[in-house]
Design a protein around this ligand. Structure first.
Ligand code: SF4
Length: 167
């Protein structure tokens, strides 16, 4: 069973910002980030909603269909917390949807998990909100990130070290 909340849409969390994405918040996280964005979801017991793997897949695909999107953001908590890892690995490997994962782990730690099939990956603890970074202008994209966090594509290319980048 997976503890998660599958929200309808987000317009700010998928890196390309050209479409809405479905967002799934997973319960469970042990990173204790200084500026935690979702403190409530650190506790695995904080969510009442539990899904079997197949039920959560059904909900994700149904919400993608009804919102005309093929993009999914996995957030939390940490989608790669040990309680959620098996589902996320299976989902990323089997789905044809474009998946973005937010995790508090560093990239080298994610690499040890053998995770495949995601489109984007944001790594590292959330320490300092960079929303006021003076790099931001009309040519840049921004995802909620702290200055230490890194955004990677599926080929292992580092797109940004602070959440602000040009595609
Ligand atoms: S990884 Fe996310 S949920 Fe976990 S402590 Fe950091 S900001 Fe909070």
């Amino acid at each position: 069973m997976v503890r998660a909340i599958c929200k309808d849409v987000t317009f700010t969390d998928y890196p390309t910002l050209d479409d809405c994405a479905i967002i799934v918040y997973f319960a469970g996280c042990e990173h204790n980030c200084e500026d935690c964005q979702n403190e409530l979801f650190q506790d695995s017991a904080s969510m009442r909603d539990t899904y079997t793997d197949s039920d959560l897949l059904d909900v994700i695909y149904e919400k993608c269909l009804s919102n005309f999107t093929d993009k999914v953001v996995l957030s939390g908590g940490d989608p790669l917390h040990e309680n959620n890892r098996a589902f996320v690995k299976m989902f990323c490997e089997e789905t044809d949807l474009d998946v973005m994962i937010y995790t508090g782990y560093e990239k080298w730690q994610v690499d040890t998990l053998g995770l495949k099939g995601y489109r984007y990956l944001k790594t590292g603890k959330f320490e300092t909100n960079n929303r006021n970074n003076d790099k931001l202008d009309s040519n840049t994209h921004f995802i909620l990130a702290s200055q230490n966090q890194e955004l990677w594509d599926s080929d292992g290319n580092l797109l940004t070290k602070d959440g602000i980048y040009v595609l």
